[in-house]
Design a protein around this ligand. Structure first.
Ligand code: HEC
Length: 359
């Protein structure tokens, strides 16, 4: 089996807007002999590296063609993300929402649909309109948008219950208010949802991802609001309960596939030579929100013996491909790390701000 060493590549991101300079390093493990500078016991060393172990502990080695299955864990209703009291707090300055074309996961759009419409159209089928994540892209169309953007509370019906005017829709949610009233309220969340829904429909209702243009309210996913700036630690913005970890399916599986397919092409464009996504947003680190990252299976960790890096603070994340897990072999004292496991490291540096204050 041919394998090649995974390298550590500095990808981005030097944002002057952040109080501390951020750089993120991604390392994908692609087989044998990856090595990390940190002597932390987590550094993978050259192990067999060929057989991926499944979650149940059964070895997939030798079972030709039947790789691990991409699955999600069942979410627990009361699972939450807890304040990271055990972490080392980091002072991070607020960064206001920078307008920017932004990638939106359809999973997040669906989550909002489930939030506003789910009690009647996911858990129930009121009005003969039933939606699941799988049918979302086929069954939710202009009709849903028209229903949200309606000023009619109850459309007139004939004696057998059919609408007299097919283009009339009761406003949705029925417990809400008219579209005209909603538009007067800039903080009405359903208005934002309708904008997203409209943009997604116009882009052909893609299954996994679409773009929210800056002029429609797209903003940098790396903005830092006041809440986040106060919650920041070296293990992220919060510590997720197990019941919310890796519960997302579609986007996570798509990312696993994308990373598995990405190979370094020595003769390719500079980007192809690296064999990693072009932008940070295309990686697993598409947000600073630890609660959100957790649902995608992206988990922070801290090594027992961190390496000193010029006094920079560090935030580390790991994302193991779905259906697999990292195994520790107590005999050899080595970790078995599945192929295409992604490690991320964000560096925080103190900077002297424009106002002369050190942050
Ligand atoms: C509290 C329950 C409830 C919620 C929440 C709700 N709906 Fe409905 N929905 C209904 C009922 C009841 C009907 C059937 C209305 C009728 O037949 O007049 C309906 C019908 C519909 C229809 C079919 C309309 C038609 O005339 O064919 C659409 C589309 C729809 N809802 C979209 C939505 C969307 C989008 C949301 C979320 C923004 C939403 N609904 C939230 C109860 C709800």
């Amino acid at each position: 089996m041919r394998a090649r060493a995974g390298g550590e590549v500095i990808v981005m991101n030097r944002s002057r807007a952040l109080s501390r300079l951020l750089t993120v390093a991604i390392a994908t493990l692609l087989g044998l002999g990856s090595c990390f500078a940190e002597p932390n016991g987590l550094g993978p060393t050259a192990t067999g590296g060929t057989d991926a172990l499944s979650e149940g502990g059964a070895s997939a080695g030798g079972a030709a063609g039947s790789g691990p299955v991409c699955t999600a864990r069942a979410p627990k209703r009361d699972a939450k993300c807890n304040p990271a009291t055990s972490g080392e707090p980091l002072l991070v300055r607020q960064v206001s929402d920078t307008p920017q074309d932004t990638q939106v996961f359809v999973d997040d759009l669906y989550a909002r649909f489930a939030n506003y419409c789910g009690s009647c159209h996911v858990q129930n089928s009121l009005g003969a309109f039933h939606v699941t994540r799988n049918t979302f892209s086929t069954d939710v169309d202009d009709k849903a948008l028209k229903a949200i953007e309606s000023d009619t509370q109850t459309c007139k019906k004939d004696s057998s219950g059919n609408k007299l005017d097919a283009s009339c829709f009761d406003w949705m949610p029925p417990t809400g208010k008219s579209w005209s009233d909603r538009q007067k309220d800039p903080s009405d969340p359903v208005v934002g949802f309708a904008t997203l829904l409209d943009t997604w429909i116009q882009q052909g209702r893609p299954v996994d991802i679409f773009t929210l243009p800056a002029d429609k309210g797209g903003k940098s996913p790396y903005s830092i609001n006041l809440g986040f700036s106060k919650m920041w630690t070296n293990i992220g913005t919060c510590v997720p309960d197990e019941g919310m970890v890796a519960t997302e399916l579609t986007q996570s599986c798509a990312l696993d596939d994308r990373f598995a397919a990405m190979a370094r092409k020595p003769d390719g464009t500079p980007q192809e030579q690296i064999g990693l996504p072009n932008t940070l947003e295309q990686t697993d680190l598409f947000s600073f929100d630890s609660a959100r990252l957790a649902t995608y299976g992206v988990i922070a960790y801290v090594p027992a013996y961190p390496l000193w890096s010029d006094s920079a603070a560090k935030l580390r994340y790991v994302r193991v491909p779905r259906g697999q897990s990292i195994k520790y072999d107590s005999k050899t004292k080595q970790f078995d790390i599945p192929k295409n496991t992604r490690f991320y490291k964000t560096f925080f540096r103190k900077v002297i701000d424009f106002d002369g204050v050190e942050r």
